[in-house]
Design a protein around this ligand. Structure first.
Ligand code: FAD
Ligand code: UDP
Length: 400
């Protein structure tokens, strides 16, 4: 629920809030929590959606199944700092993510591993060495790996590239892998063992009671006021009368009224369905790389939550050029355009840009938490330095 505005306890400058945080996803919520709990700052947190949690938002549907409104979110990280931070607000359910791909009418492991090769090509590769030798025969070495096509062709060759990556990527991004930065398909390793986990991070788990519950606990602080269903565009002109500083986690091009043109973001349409059967598929996510199939993947939430129910909820993902911005599109010309917006951001006093949309980075949740914690540390350092300075120097420092 939205808390009422409180007129008392203004910021030291006399403004009602120390900080206006735009966006209640991971980036905005982590910073709001830190500012309130560590600085004693009064924070106004807004989101144009009617809920907190950003794209990680989950809620129980009519059948009681906890589903993810914006597609499946699986938590994984190598950062103990991020685990320690989030563990203040949630317990965890151990969960290792497994994905299968429908290829040549078979359901095989992705990332490609030894089992994938054996099942797809009716082989009997028994060791890592045998699998490595087999892949070496297929791989087509690329001198300079630049694109998402190069990454895969270099590792597994043309046939596996076409079977697993070309169609999926064209659907997901509306671009051929040769037009995308190498970082996109580099997310998916190739394995010679039989490890069929999607991620190999040291920590893999789901928030025990879901993401939304975790965000609720994070934001349950008397100095944080939430205003949901509130668009920054309606507040922008009075932002600096309301708060000393703005933390902005929305799309960076939108903040600057698309001055240099639209920065491309890829969207998705989610088709959530509850089926009158106990299970739909053997693992949480099944990928459909075939370009003729209009969706990219189907997710089934009970695998993530461990819920027991005679029905099951699944989500089809249909990539789309229109709709909410979900993915920054990593390619050189987009990065160049982003850099122009970043130049404007750097020259904008009293606004900090953070998060996946504002820094135009294809980051996972844990990376966003890490980015937000680092941003808080910078703000904290400046504030502490300012406390021991004369007023004029303080103003100069805060506006940097
Ligand atoms: P967001 O979650 O996008 O939050 C930004 C918020 O700002 C939004 O709520 C938005 O409504 C609000 N906002 C924007 N503009 C305005 C405005 N003008 N006024 C008010 N509010 C505004 N990561 C993983 O680690 N594991 C996964 O399995 C995973 N799966 C994903 C699946 C999908 C389909 C998608 C799209 C992403 C996935 N991610 C996953 C990435 C993850 O969603 C992001 O890393 C993370 O949510 C980014 O947090 P954020 O706060 O930067 O952005
Ligand atoms: N990818 C693919 N086939 C697959 C899985 C992934 O081609 O079966 C490519 C595709 O380009 C995708 C990228 O690898 O966008 C990254 O996959 P990931 O599962 O990390 O995507 P996300 O969960 O971020 O949507």
């Amino acid at each position: 629920m939205n808390a009422p505005f409180r007129a008392s306890a203004r910021s030291s400058s006399g403004r009602r809030y120390g900080y206006l945080v735009v966006g209640a996803g991971f980036a905005g919520s982590v910073i709001a929590e830190r500012l309130a709990s560590q600085h004693g700052a009064r924070v106004l947190l807004i989101d144009r959606r009617p809920h907190i949690g950003g794209n990680a938002y989950d809620e129980p549907n009519e059948a009681g199944i906890l589903y993810h409104k914006y597609g499946p979110h699986i938590f994984h990280t190598n950062s103990q700092q991020v685990v320690d931070y989030l563990s203040q607000f949630t317990e965890w359910r151990p969960y290792e993510h497994r994905v299968r791909a429908v290829v040549r009418d078979r359901l095989v492991p992705i990332p490609i591993n030894r089992t994938t090769l054996n099942e797809l090509f009716d082989l009997d590769l028994k060791t890592d060495e045998e699998a490595a030798d087999y892949l070496a025969l297929r791989a087509e070495p690329v001198d300079e790996i630049r694109t998402s096509e190069d990454v895969v062709i270099n590792a597994v060759g043309q046939e596996l590239y076409e079977l697993f990556f070309r169609g999926y990527t064209r659907k997901q991004w509306g671009l051929d892998p040769s037009e995308l930065d190498k970082q996109v398909t580099s997310r998916i390793p190739t394995r010679t063992n039989t490890d069929d986990r999607y991620f190999s991070d040291t920590f893999q788990a789901m928030p025990l009671h879901g993401y939304t519950r975790m965000f609720e606990r994070m934001l349950d602080h008397p100095l944080i006021e939430k205003r949901l269903g509130t668009d920054f565009r309606a507040l922008k002109n009075q932002a600096h009368e309301l708060a000393d500083h703005v933390i902005y986690t929305g799309p960076i091009d939108e903040y600057f009224d698309f001055r240099f043109g639209k920065l491309p973001y890829r969207s998705l349409k989610f088709d959530h369905q509850t089926l009158d059967k106990e299970w739909n598929q053997p693992v949480a996510v099944v990928n459909y790389p075939d370009e003729q199939v209009p969706y990219t993947r189907i997710s089934e939430y009970k695998h993530l939550t461990g819920q027991d129910s005679p029905v099951t909820t699944i989500t089809y993902e249909y990539p789309s050029a229109e709709g909410d911005p979900y993915y920054p599109i990593p390619r050189p010309e987009n990065q160049q355009l982003f850099k122009r917006y970043e130049g404007l951001a750097d020259a904008t006093d009293n606004v900090t840009f953070v998060g996946r949309l504002a820094t135009y980075r294809y980051y996972n949740m844990d990376q966003i938490v890490g980015q937000a914690l680092a941003t808080f540390r910078r703000i904290d350092g400046k504030a502490k330095a300012a406390q021991s300075m004369p007023a004029a120097a303080e103003v100069a420092l805060l506006s940097r």
